[in-house]
Design a protein around this ligand. Sequence first.
Ligand SMILES: Nc1ncnc2c1ncn2[C@@H]1O[C@H](COP(=O)(O)OP(=O)(O)OP(=O)(O)O)[C@@H](O)[C@H]1O
Length: 320
Amino acid sequence: MNTAAPANPCAAPVAAWLAAATAGCRHAVAFSGGADSTALLLAAHAACPGQVVALHVNHGLQAAANDFESHARRFCETRGMAFFSARARAAHAAGESPEDAARRARYRCLSDLALAQGCGEVWLAQHADDQVETLLLALSRGAGLPGLASMPARFERHGMAFGRPVLEVDGAAIRAWLVDIGEPFIDDPTNTDIRFTRNRIRHHLLPAWREQFPAYQQTLARSARHAAQAQRLLDEVAAQDLLAVGQPPQIARLRLLSVERQANLLRHWLRLGWQASPSEAQMTALLRQIAACTTRGHHIRLKVANGHVLRDGQVLRFEP
Ligand SMILES: Nc1ncnc2c1ncn2[C@@H]1O[C@H](COP(=O)(O)OP(=O)(O)OP(=O)(O)O)[C@@H](O)[C@H]1O
């Protein structure tokens, strides 16, 4: 009879991730106390005990936030894992959802905590289903390539490296494993609130995809990778065009490019400088104005994202 304990589905991807990481470096796990970050933390702790730090951000967004933090702290203390937490109070800007503001504040807190602990990287526990949801969410919003590229496995924010070692792991397998071995985790009640689009995708769309296309996780993830690769190429083209057109962009030089390259350059310029992404209608209006800008007196002032693009002599400027 085989009595071996079932393996943590995060163990193999964590081992592979560590094999490519700098030896001796401390790693941080962003630990919400939910199923996924619990399994990731256990895998990281098993792979390199004493080298892993759990970081928790208390958003104070819901009444249970303090209970979540207490659970996370207790979980770590009883298993001899280092635990640090911080409070994030995120005021959301006009047009920004409280969840987006919370995510923004969370990255800032996680970076600060990880830097203070001398960690080389912060690991997030998003898995294959999260990636599929992100892609479907982007499609449902009519997103362009940057949105369809979904979540990268690695990125940098606030001077800290972030990684998603379990991006290809099946979410259901993680939960089943935790239940199987009796490890506790938090079930955030907002995850079932179908007022949130992501939850409607999770509870209504994904079961249908799963039934009709059993390999949906792999195929949709492949689409996201194709989109990410194409976006990197577009960024390269935009960077080269920006060198030729100048910064800020010279209108006369911009007009020498095809409209597609003009749009690509403008999106790149606005994203890099101000994290601003124009809507389709705003970009169409801007391109029309650039095409019509053939006289000295032609005035341009157009609302774009959270600011205005305007003509200033020979160049375009952005006023946030
Ligand atoms: N309050 C938090 N403190 C620290 N890390 C967090 C927190 N909330 C989320 N994270 C990290 O960000 C990742 C993505 O967040 P998301 O909201 O999708 O996860 P979750 O459902 O709250 O938790 P889990 O992924 O652990 O089940 C989590 O996997 C976790 O690594």
